[in-house]
Design a protein around this ligand. Structure first.
Ligand code: NDP
Length: 284
């Protein structure tokens, strides 16, 4: 950074632990370079004990914002000046944005998903089945709720985690939500519009199988996967074969980056440039 002091206008960063080689760096910096922005996106290794001072340091040094990943998504909240709507509902932040002299926490995981989805359809009034109830499922379900879906079925292996998500969706968003404890191949009910895998099944394993009766995937359904590596998961292949619209997790990751860059810089970055940089960084 000190090599180019005259050209360096703004900084954003990523506060994480154990995320060396974070492919997001390549994707965000490709967007900055493509749009002629003299900005840098830097990866910073921050321990849980140092999170408070790191956030104060970023603020003191005029960072335009930063991403934060595990284990900081929840614990960063007390160190911020406020929260965006969906981050407040889900109680997790992965993107911090400087607005005036305040650091505001947003959650772009669900917004990235929503951007992928709205490129294919309007979510209002739709019926959704989501597998998983962890951080990604929570972010997606909350964003879908805010976008006006009609009902959601959470299918999760652990009943307690699933029940927590359903309760949050009912209490905070007044959403028609129910839990199915996942046991055996799940049959997607008739009338479902979107099917989403928000579990970690498929990560680094293109043949990993979701316990799902694939014959219940019908043409016209939109099937999405959060798994970005590899993007062509077994679910994505099954969905395409059955005439569904398949939305891969790499698209969601790129869109999440796009939303972050929009928040920080105000520009709409080029999605193709960012996806290419991400694919290269992931060796795809
Ligand atoms: P969490 O650990 O919070 O949640 C994992 C979820 O997967 C839980 O619901 C868990 O069920 C379920 N699960 C894991 N293994 C199995 C299994 N063998 N059988 C059934 N259920 C299983 O993780 P996150 O929600 O943070 O992340 C999930 C995935 O989403 C990760 O692979 C991550 O890489 C990806 N992701 C992608 C993003 C993108 O932009 N594309 C953004 C964020 C995340 P249980 O509750 O029973 O343990």
């Amino acid at each position: 950074m000190s090599a180019q002091p005259n050209f360096l206008h703004e900084l954003v960063g990523s506060m994480s632990q154990g995320a060396a080689g974070n492919p997001t760096v390549a994707m965000i910096e490709a967007a900055f370079a493509h749009h002629g922005l003299h900005w840098r996106y830097v990866n910073m290794e921050v321990t849980p004990e140092d999170l408070g001072v790191a956030v104060r340091g970023a603020k003191a040094m005029g960072f335009r914002g930063f991403n934060c990943s595990l284990p900081h998504k929840v614990t960063v909240i007390p160190h911020l000046d406020g929260l965006g709507e969906s981050a407040a509902v889900m109680g997790a932040v992965n993107c911090v944005v400087r607005r005036g002299d305040k650091l505001i926490g947003e959650n772009t995981d669900g917004k990235g998903f929503l951007k992928s989805l709205t490129s294919a359809t309007d979510p209002r009034g739709k019926a959704v089945v989501i597998f998983g109830a962890g951080g990604a499922a929570r972010a997606i379900a909350v964003e879908l709720g805010l976008a006006g879906i009609r009902q959601i079925t959470v299918v999760n292996r652990s009943a307690s985690r699933g029940a927590d998500l359903v309760e949050l969706l009912r209490d905070k968003l007044q959403l028609q939500a129910k839990l199915i404890v996942w046991d055996g191949d799940y049959v997607i009910p008739e009338g479902t519009d979107f099917v989403i895998n928000a579990t970690s099944i498929g990560l680094y394993d293109a043949n990993a199988r979701l316990a799902l009766d694939v014959s219940s995937l019908k043409p016209g359904m939109i099937v999405a996967d959060v798994i970005g590596n590899p993007p062509q998961t077994r679910l994505m292949r099954d969905a395409a074969e059955r005439g569904c619209t398949a939305l891969d997790g790499l698209g969601m990751l790129v869109n999440q980056g796009i939303v972050g860059v929009q928040y920080w810089t105000g520009i709409e970055p080029d999605a193709t440039v960012m996806r290419r940089a991400l694919e290269q960084a992931l060796g795809l």
